[in-house]
Design a protein around this ligand. Sequence first.
Ligand code: IMP
Length: 188
Amino acid sequence: MYEHALKRMTVTEGFEVLIDRERLKKRVSELAAEISADYQNRRPLLVVVLKGSFIFAADLVRELDIEHVIDFIAIGSYGSAQRSSGAVRLLKDLNHNIEGQDVIIVEDIVDSGLTLGYIYASFQARRPNTLEIVALLDKSWNGDSDLNIKYKGFEIPDRFVIGYGLDLDEQYRGLPFIAYPKENEESL
Ligand code: IMP
């Protein structure tokens, strides 16, 4: 099962680190092993949701030992705010036709679930053979999101996080860990 990241913080270079690189690496390999086992002899299409998922996806696919195909979509919902605006729009669609394909959506973080809900419904309408979700982080576990996240990395507190692809106003994506922004920046 997924790990709980609650109450396991350390401080690294001024960041309040929630999940360090070793735990990320271990969990990403576990997720890749699960997916590899479930999709043996198939050739899933992994759909990476830009931009936040690019580092997670890059690490995940390098741990897969099955054939797979990658595609990308871009969704706009956040702007520079730390809370979802409620509006989701497709900025870049798939290059592949997914009808009859085994599709796995690769998402960095689920907050309200609005983004994934939108993507899921829009993909479902294109009649894939199977449609699953892998999400590294889940903040929605306390709420009433009815998304079925088959492969989940960590359940984390409902607080804004940065690093490992996740940004605050386009900053911090390159941090090799998941952290809370520093106090003064979190209140932006
Ligand atoms: P949702 O639609 O509310 O589930 O929000 C999902 C999207 O919002 C993610 O794909 C991220 O791009 C962004 N997001 C949500 N929470 C965070 C966070 O804590 N840090 C950075 N981005 C976040």
